[in-house]
Design a protein around this ligand. Structure first.
Ligand code: NAP
Length: 249
């Protein structure tokens, strides 16, 4: 796919899925703007993109902090230019017994995973509206928006919120030709240290655990200008896990 006309902002890009997305978009010719709180790995990522012949920039941003988001957007506009794609990927997953989850912990998860996507989408879309740019937004949700294990209230609520935010934004931004979609990954193995066991792979209908490239391909599909008829949608990329019925015998 050709993203040579695009500048993509990816939050939480220093590690895991975000890092993979940044490398894959750069390979497809996009100008990549990465942001994260992990500056060391963020700078390493940009060095790798440039070594491969791509164009990339890194900025520190704590997406749970509105002031940090404001500074990020100013710096990008001044030194890189206007983005055309936003991937709200940064997220934290804290699991804790519901009776022990403190208000501050709940707020931290919601502010990092959900409020950040609202703030970034709102401010970047404002620029797109003014400059008449047909921008595209992808929110990184989770299959945990639809299914749960105990102790996942904050995370599940943040991801369910992202799926709902996605169709609300798609509706509000439709007059400006801005498309908004989300992806709900299942288990994507981003750890270089964890080698999945046979049972990890076999429990999936696809007989394997997910890889970052599975998410990149879904992102490419959703942000390709050719796919303008896909809007307000959530795509589940989980090897079939949410379609598998489980009865305990
Ligand atoms: P990850 O490996 O932990 O990477 C997330 C990145 O975001 C890290 O670099 C992290 O920095 C950064 N980050 C955390 N808090 C931040 C903040 N306040 N501001 C800016 N950056 C921040 O996670 P991942 O597995 O790649 O997940 C990426 C996204 O996919 C998340 O939204 C996650 O919920 C979603 N997801 C992942 C899976 C999966 O199986 N991997 C499944 C479903 C959904 P630090 O490392 O310094 O904390």
């Amino acid at each position: 796919m050709d993203f040579t006309k695009d500048t993509v902002l990816i939050t939480g890009a220093s590690n895991g899925i975000g890092r993979g997305l940044a490398l894959d978009y750069a390979k497809q010719g996009a100008k990549v703007v990465a942001c994260d709180i992990d500056d060391q790995h963020g700078r390493q990522l940009i060095a790798e993109i440039r070594k491969n012949g791509g164009e990339g920039y890194y900025f520190h941003c704590d997406v749970s902090d509105p002031e940090s988001i404001e500074n990020l957007l100013k710096k990008i506009e001044e030194s890189v230019g206007t983005m055309t794609i936003l991937i709200n990927n940064a997220g934290i997953s804290e699991f804790k017994n519901v009776f022990e989850l403190e208000l501050e912990e709940w707020d931290e998860i919601i502010n990092t995973n959900l409020r950040s996507a609202f703030l970034l989408s709102k401010e970047i879309s404002r620029t797109w509206k003014e400059k008449n740019i047909s921008g595209r937004i992808v929110n990184m949700a989770s299959t945990r928006a639809f299914m749960s294990e105990p102790g996942s209230e904050g995370y599940a609520a943040s991801k369910g919120g992202l799926v709902a935010l996605t169709h609300a934004l798609a509706t509000s931004l439709s007059p400006y030709h801005i498309r908004v979609n989300s992806i709900s990954p299942g288990w994507i193995n981003t750890s270089p240290d964890y080698v999945p066991r046979d049972i990890d792979h076999e429990q999936h209908l696809s007989n394997r655990v997910g890889q970052v490239q599975d998410i990149s391909k879904a992102c490419f599909y959703l942000t390709d200008p050719e796919n303008g008829f896909v809007n307000g949608e959530n795509i589940i990329v989980d090897g079939g896990m949410t379609k598998k019925m489980i009865y305990e015998h």
